[in-house]
Design a binder for this molecule. Sequence first.
Ligand code: ZN
Length: 270
Amino acid sequence: MRIHSAAALALCLGALTACGGGGGAPSAEGAGVPPPTSEQTAATGARKPAASLRGKVIVIDPGHNGGNGDNASKINKQVRIGNGSKACDTTGTATNDGYNEHAFTWDVSKRLAKLLKAKGAEVHLTRNNDTGWGPCITERAALGNRLKADAALSVHADGASASAHGFHIIQPIAVKGYNAGMVPDSQRLGRALRDAYHEGTGVAYSNYRGKKALDPRDDLGGLNLSKVPKVFIECGNMRNPGDAAKMKSAEFRQRVAASLTEGFEVYFQS
Ligand code: ZN
């Protein structure tokens, strides 16, 4: 326990203001479904690390949304995803004791945005709170396209059978006339994030999806409709007790954010 506390403290100090405030308190960015905020970095703080991500535009997409469950008719509306149709959005999964995926993805995304901004990146989130509904997967992809983002990441956690565990990255498969141009860079982004996440969090490769934690798919609107390099991460399986215990820990979520930040740095350096 003492070791954990010390490690958490070190992480907090390293990230300056990154720790604390992650308990789901609504952000100051407002309620409802306002348009996504531009969160350009302000250069402040003498202890700021080298701005390795300066000039990079990164879209972070926190999967699902806290209000989706109360807006079934809106999120169930079918939208076109290039090679078929899918629901606008979904409610996501939860741990067996009720920690919701949307809360996890929101918390990780906020932490990740903070760390990326500290490295000089211009970061945009696809939603501004964890209480509204949507946006539709079409809009989640369109934001990166409009911004001509350098990279995009959709943050998720899985809801598989209890014995399934570990993380995986979902990479795009080319859908003709849609995302073909971004597939090679997305594959590179996926490998960089996989390696950094594996090393930084110690979470095992998925034992139920993909090969070496890489799972190519062409049934996700967020990937089919993206013109910019983009992957999804399924950070673990919320229905697996071991993975769930990790995801419920704020200390772990900070490690997730730190490792993904490192993955982006590796991607942009290579
Ligand atoms: Zn999800």
